[in-house]
Write a protein that binds this ligand. Structure first.
Ligand SMILES: [Fe+2]
Length: 252
């Protein structure tokens, strides 16, 4: 199966459009969505409408922002004031049909194939960040699938776990570049983050997404230029915090 892998769109229509256009000519059987369609950005309805248009092709899990936008009582206390403000605004502007769609996205983890699962934060907790090798090691203890896609940190990266003669070895790597190809070793386990479509945080402002071919065990990460200025203007026009607009310029 060939998958388009997207995460953390965060109401950024301009970035999402650019990713869909860039991926349009690549063959895919389904779309893996790792959560956070909304929050931060000022086009939550338009982003959800794009997801809805893809229909049953989307295999998704909800993100922590999706949860809070549906019900601001559900965990908004963990958000900083800017994130909370954007979540409340998104909740107010969401149409009934889009709210229903958002609410229908299941909580992860979700098994996609025998050997492939998707989640938002970590395989056990949608709010947990996987940044370090130690955090990845704890996460690997809870998965048997060899490939797990996760989001939430907005940083494209891969953690790899191997067991050689009973000895565990673990390594992590940030994925940097316009196109990065990784061939997965079937005897190893992987946690892979395709980065964020709508709010990259690795100092590369380009939208990030991945393609995964499960038969060939090949993951490819792509970075795509989009109209950051239009996304910024939309955030400012909605009266959302300047910081949320400006961080898009820096990919931070
Ligand atoms: Fe996110």
């Amino acid at each position: 199966m060939k998958y388009l892998v997207i995460s953390d769109i965060h109401g950024n229509l301009e970035a999402f459009r650019a990713v869909l256009a860039h991926a349009a000519r690549k063959r895919r059987d389904a779309v893996l969505f790792l959560g956070d369609a909304v929050g931060y950005g000022a086009a939550p309805n338009q982003v959800i409408e794009r997801l809805r248009e893809m229909g049953a092709a989307v295999i998704g899990v909800r993100g922590n922002h999706d949860r809070v936008v549906i019900d601001p009582g559900e965990g908004a206390v963990f958000f900083n004031p800017h994130a909370r403000r954007a979540a409340h605004w998104s909740s107010e502007v969401l149409t009934a049909v889009n709210r229903r769609y958002l609410g229908s996205i299941p909580i992860g983890p979700r098994q996609v194939e025998d050997d492939l699962i998707i989640c938002h934060g970590s395989p056990t907790d949608e709010d947990e960040y996987l940044f370090s090798e130690m955090e990845a090691q704890a996460a690997f203890a809870h998965v048997t699938a060899s490939v797990t896609f996760f989001g939430h940190s907005h940083v494209p990266c891969v953690f790899e776990r191997a067991e050689v003669e009973g000895q565990e070895s673990l390594g992590g790597m940030l994925l940097r570049g316009t196109r990065v190809v990784i061939d997965l070793d079937p005897s190893r386990q992987y946690l892979i983050n395709p980065g964020s479509v709508g709010q990259p945080r690795d100092r590369d402002p380009r939208a990030s997404y991945g393609m995964y071919d499960s038969a060939a065990r090949r993951f490819t990460l792509y970075r795509v230029i989009y109209n950051v200025e239009a996304a910024r203007r939309r955030i400012l026009a909605a009266g959302l915090p300047h910081l949320l607009a400006d961080r898009l310029l820096h990919g931070a």
